[in-house]
Design a protein around this ligand. Structure first.
Ligand SMILES: *[C@@H]1O[C@H](CO)[C@@H](O)[C@H](O)[C@H]1NC(C)=O
Length: 118
């Protein structure tokens, strides 16, 4: 479920982490989309981790990133604008993926004549 991301704002994060001692850091985003959202089950969720520590999460309803770690709260408005933009795109992209996978699944089910429910 890890998100291979070409759109990650890595340079900005590296700037934020600039004060840290040299060495490799990890940046991970976990994205989840569901085909049938409901109460307590949002259509799309996203959480970002630096070195295994959750530092941001995405509020899919407000379409805005929320800072969790103290160091990221100090980021400039431009950072949040870009984050919101990128993850809004991801939300849209994931919605499309869920539909196309559902479509493929339905198609294959039709060909095989299986009774399985999506
Ligand atoms: C797939 O099948 C389900 C159940 O028959 C249906 O509710 C859903 O709309 C279908 N999805 C697509 C993308 O065709």
């Amino acid at each position: 479920m890890g998100a291979p991301g070409s759109l990650l704002p890595l340079p900005i994060l590296l700037l934020l982490l600039g004060g840290a001692e040299s060495g490799s850091h990890s940046l991970q985003y976990f994205l989840t989309a569901v085909s049938e959202p409901g109460p307590g089950v949002p259509e799309f969720t996203l959480a970002g981790y630096v070195d295994g520590q959750r530092f941001v999460e995405y509020d899919a309803e407000a379409q805005q990133m929320r800072p969790l770690a103290p160091w990221v709260r100090e980021a400039r408005p431009e950072f949040w604008e870009r984050e919101n933009q990128v993850h809004k795109l991801r939300q849209t992209c994931f919605r499309g993926k869920v539909r196309s996978h559902e479509h493929l699944y339905n198609q294959s089910r039709g060909e095989k004549g299986s009774e399985t429910q999506w």
